[in-house]
Write a new protein. Structure first.
Length: 225
């Protein structure tokens, strides 16, 4: 597992640098076999090499994250330092982070990642940088601990971010309802937003606020009936 983790780490961290490596691993044996035997069937490996090299650019990090989530051990980490990488992506600066990983057996290891290549779970979520000094949950494979997946869904910083995003959606629905309280679409969207927010985040907010939102949802339900 450690060897596979190291391979996936390299592919996900260096998608463009690994492009010629993947091509070479597939194309060189295929061309050599063709020259030796004249069997053109093996030239399909050349096409496979091109497809694999291109696919790694777009899904290499997702493959690495899925592997760590499925087969990794659970630990925690804390960012202890950060510095700009003097580079940017999509006009956003890239930062390098230094962290200390606490392994499942109680060990402490220094690791590093950056905002461009870090693996985040759940898949498809934008990268959220854990606040410096705050402990967060990770998954890793023993023997190659530098390859980690940040489990945002199980870390406090990720929970706060999702709560803030859900609250923003609720506030938007409330604002448009306040401007058009007789608009059926606004009423329906506000009711749905209240119901979704309470179902997901009731335990994450102040009980008094939860009661207020519940009464508001009940009033909208009663008015609709």
């Amino acid at each position: 597992m450690a060897t596979l983790s190291a391979v996936l780490y390299f592919l996900s961290q260096h998608p463009y640098g690994s492009f010629p490596l993947i091509l070479g691993l597939c194309n060189i044996p295929a061309v050599w076999w063709f020259k030796r035997t004249g069997n053109s069937r093996w030239l399909w490996w050349c096409l496979l090499g091109w497809l694999a090299a291109f696919a790694n650019i777009f899904v290499g990090r997702l493959a690495n994250t899925s592997f760590l989530e499925a087969f990794g051990s659970e630990g925690t980490a804390v960012i202890v330092g950060s510095e700009p990488a003097h580079a940017s992506f999509n006009e956003q600066p890239i930062w390098n982070y230094t962290a200390v990983l606490k392994t499942a057996d109680g060990g402490d290891l220094k690791i590093g990642f950056d905002t461009l290549t870090a693996s985040l779970y759940p898949l498809g979520e934008r990268f959220l940088v854990p606040p410096q000094g705050e402990r967060f949950v990770v998954r890793y494979v023993p023997g190659f601990e530098r390859n980690i997946a940040i489990m945002a869904g199980r870390s406090e910083f990720g929970k706060r971010q999702r709560l803030a995003e859900a609250r923003a959606a609720l506030d938007q629905a409330a604002a448009q309802w306040a401007l058009g309280p007789r608009n059926p679409q606004f009423v329906r969207e506000y009711r749905e937003a209240l119901q979704s927010f309470l179902q997901t985040h009731r335990g994450d907010i102040d009980p008094a606020l939860a009661d207020t939102l519940e009464r508001r949802r009940a009033a909208l339900d009663a008015a609709a009936n």
